[in-house]
Design a protein around this ligand. Sequence first.
Ligand code: IPM
Ligand code: MG
Length: 356
Amino acid sequence: MNKNIAVIRGDGIGPEIMEEALKVLNKVAQKFGHEFTYTEVYGGGAALEKYGHPMPQVSVDQCLASDSVLLAAVGDPKFNDVAPELRCEKGLLKIRSEMGLYANVRPAKMIPQLADACPLRKDIADKGIDFVVVRELIGGIYFGKRKTEVVNGEKVASDEMKYSEHEIERIGRVAFDMARKRRKKVTSVDKANVLDSSRLWREVMHRVAAEYPDVEYDDALVDSTAMQIVRDPSRFDVMVTENLFGDILSDEASMITGSIGLIPSASLGEGTRGLYEPIHGSAPDIAGKNIANPIGQILSAAMMLRYSFDMPAEAQAIEDAVGAALDAGWRTVDIMCDGMKQATCSQMGDIIASYI
Ligand code: IPM
Ligand code: MG
């Protein structure tokens, strides 16, 4: 198959980790007889520098013309003081929204070879950590009306959290469909004891749940869920929640696996085109040093092959190659421990590619 991949290297460690993912993708193409072509797309600080906008229309058009988008990371402290609408983060929100990617899928799975890095008590970790956060990505407070005004001589700021039934229903379906392919359990997370938007969320989720009688369903409040994630993560299979709660809970979920540098994510909409990125940020403090962990990026490429290109064997080949590299004792510095062999970012890419 021929696939045109839009590649956004972005900022910080972005360019380095992307290089390794492309190395691995090229090996997959060679092994399985595919042709991947890459369109380099500017995003984040890099785009701000070149075009004066973190996600210019030309970049949006290139992404919309691709078969799928692979993104590394955006964000550069150099641009912290630009106007709010020009912040790198805004670029990311824009591309998600322009591509209609309403479902963000973030797996929280403990990799057995890295069990020692799990910060939870051993008896908790031993019960297993393998769940997925399905986060609504283009609605809620991130996209609601916001304003800062002066009232009675002081500044007052507000952000609106708004959801409509169809937005809730479509993300609900993503979660239930996913649960059917897993352990058949959905937990919907909200704050229905306080928020109207959450009460509607819960009402619609119940309606969707009724269409999936084979899937076990429960509701949970976001505060209690934050607690359960560290108390007994084994109780979760698919967790579905709104944008801001999902942002927060997915960071917590990734941390308990002990390996934030290894976790990929997929953002999906109606068609097969998606956007795939590691969940970590651009880590400007270690940029250019060739020490970043490229595995989250490489596994994001695997997710792209699975979800957008329907290439499960190719995706599996990447995941197995990552497992083989870890089994062989290779570690980047962030996950380095006694008795292991330290690899640079580019060495890790070479090693994983060699196992394809
Ligand atoms: C994420 C990030 C983004 C978000 C930021 C960079 C806008 O935290 O992908 O989780 O909040 O969605
Ligand atoms: Mg986040």
